[in-house]
Design a protein around this ligand. Sequence first.
Ligand code: B12
Ligand code: SF4
Length: 418
Amino acid sequence: MLDAVTASLRDVLTMTYCGWNANLDAVIAKKRKEIVPDLRIVLGGPSFDHDDNDWIAEFFRNNPYADLFITGEGELSFLIYLQILQKNDLDLFRLDSSQWPFSFYSFDYKSGQVIHTPMNLIGRMDLAEIPSPYHSEILDEFLDDLRFAPIIETNLGCPYSCSFCVWGQATLSVVRQFDLQTVIDEINYIGMRSKNPTKIFYVAEANFGMVKRDITIDESFITCREKYACPERLYIYASKIQTKTTLKTFEILKPIAGMSMSLQSTNEHVLELIGRKNIGMENYEANRLEAERRGIRTHCELIYGLPGESYESFTDGISKVLKTGQERIQLYVILLNLGADTATAASREMFGFKTALPVQGREACGTFGDVSSVEYEEIVIGSGTSIDWSSSLLLVRSKNSGTVSKGLKLTSLCCRNS
Ligand code: B12
Ligand code: SF4
């Protein structure tokens, strides 16, 4: 891929900036700017604190290779960027920044000022107008490559706003749906074409089973599987508020997916601090029992180290979940993901987070062509006066009593939310 980037380098290099490739972006940018000094480098993606000017200034000082950061959904903003280049001799900076759309951020190193025009709001693109990248065949080479697994997106955004999660940000809070027929056609196209040996599909949405049309999408997954023996497995997250529709959705999907029943915390004070509402333990138990009756596999997720969570409240939460009969609980450490409220300077100050920067998994380190990089993630190991989570214990169920026993050292650090 890097060779392709180098071979086609001309005027603009665009990259997604995420926690897991931030350092890789930097080394690639540096090398490519050496080859093409005038190269414009445009970043986009979720890891950007657009509300904090000091943070933004620091970001550009630390990443001097970046000419521009485009926040939010990229489709329309990037189109506007290209139109501006076309009209301005390939130079965004010829256009007075007062005319830039609000999603553009840059930096004037001489004055130390962030360049941003918050007033120039642009609308959102009608999702029905966005053609499927799969149908354009541009992704065929990835579908043909055994190392890549396909991701499909049937809607965008999440109506909830848990502070540790980037999905919960205001810009993503309105859920919008892609055209149903396009989604169904994509499922069949991917099922027919994907060479990934695990035959997995990633479904990139926060609350599957929240709306009735998900039942139609389900049926497409299942008929596609019957036709092409693919997908055999879905990486999918169910709506955190399970309704009759959610149960119906996952009943259909049960040959290829279980239903997540995430809580993240059961402590009311913690939930208030992180802006999350759960369904309540009585409803949780009723839904879990109903899922079991219908033969749907379920699991719960809990995050430790959340603001206000103590060792006692966390283990109490595990006991409560076990008492509902839930057999599988996945424990995650809280990550401070840039772009999420918990990672802002204000939240760090309010909760007094102590953090550590462990190296991410093996796939986030390495040498790729002429560049090497290592990525880190930021995890909370303590906050305020609460306990030191770095010595967290993995909590295991003592089988019959539904209580929790402690004893194992934490071995896995990972976090995926819903
Ligand atoms: C599928 C997925 C995964 C998959 C695949 C990841 C991969 N490497 O491809 C798996 C399960 C492996 C995964 C793992 C993780 N994930 Co994940 N994942 C997602 C998910 C659900 C979809 C991502 C996606 O492909 N979306 C489809 C694309 C088209 O949309 P998009 O990425 O939002 O991009 C749009 C804009 O951001 C923008 N844009 C993006 N790049 C650019 C570039 C330019 C130049 C421009 C102009 C615009 C632009 O335009 C795009 C279209 O509108 C998102 C949540 C979500 N719905 O976005 C979380 C998400 C990206 N994951 C997240 C996290 C934290 C992780 C993990 C770190 C968790 C962990 N500790 O294990 C790991 C990291 C693993 C890794 N090394 O990659 C966070 C990222 C937060 C952050 N600030 O970085 C998200 C946002 C979820 C969340 N709860 O907040 N993940
Ligand atoms: S954790 Fe789940 S419910 Fe909460 S904002 Fe993120 S995606 Fe939405």
